[in-house]
Design a protein around this ligand. Structure first.
Ligand code: FES
Length: 154
């Protein structure tokens, strides 16, 4: 963790209880997640138990405790996608990539999450890999997509 960066972030706050969420947001914006060491430092800075920082960080879905994979996969679970086999597509991706929703592969190549709607319902069922959206998927097409991108990985 970049010690200096964290020190700089903390120094722009007074260390009041109401600073907790803005500090967590600033740390995540700079580190891409909330590293464990940062949570401890934030707890000390504000003067609250570390468990309180953890419970706030895990309560809000905007906060991420684990790093993202180089390919961050978002599977849509919205109604339009759900009725067109999104659950089966998610299962297929979990099988091919070898992780479950909310996890990251040990090599940090993939991370997997689900959302309520990607915003491309006309293409349902769809997923996003980083910023690219892939629509009208079937479990078979999803498997092919990931088999191909796995082969292309260094
Ligand atoms: S429901 Fe899946 S994109 Fe909207």
């Amino acid at each position: 963790m970049k010690e200096e960066l964290l020190r700089r972030i903390l120094s722009s706050y007074k260390g009041r209880r109401e600073d907790l969420i803005p500090i967590l947001q600033a740390v995540q914006a700079n580190f891409g997640r909330l590293p464990e060491e940062a949570m401890l430092r934030i707890a000390r800075f504000i003067g609250i138990p570390e468990s309180e920082v953890y419970s706030v960080a895990s309560f809000y879905t905007q906060f991420r405790l684990t790093p993202l994979g180089r390919k961050h996969v978002t599977v849509c679970r919205g109604t339009a996608c759900h009725i067109r086999s999104a659950p089966q597509i998610l299962q297929e991706i979990e099988k091919v990539v070898g992780i479950e929703e909310g996890e990251v592969t040990p090599d940090l190549e993939y991370s997997l999450e689900t959302v309520a709607c990607i915003g491309c319902c006309a293409l349902a069922p769809c997923i996003r890999i980083n910023r690219d959206v892939y629509g009208e998927l079937t479990p078979e097409r999803a498997r092919e997509l990931f088999s191909t991108s796995k082969q292309m990985s260094p």
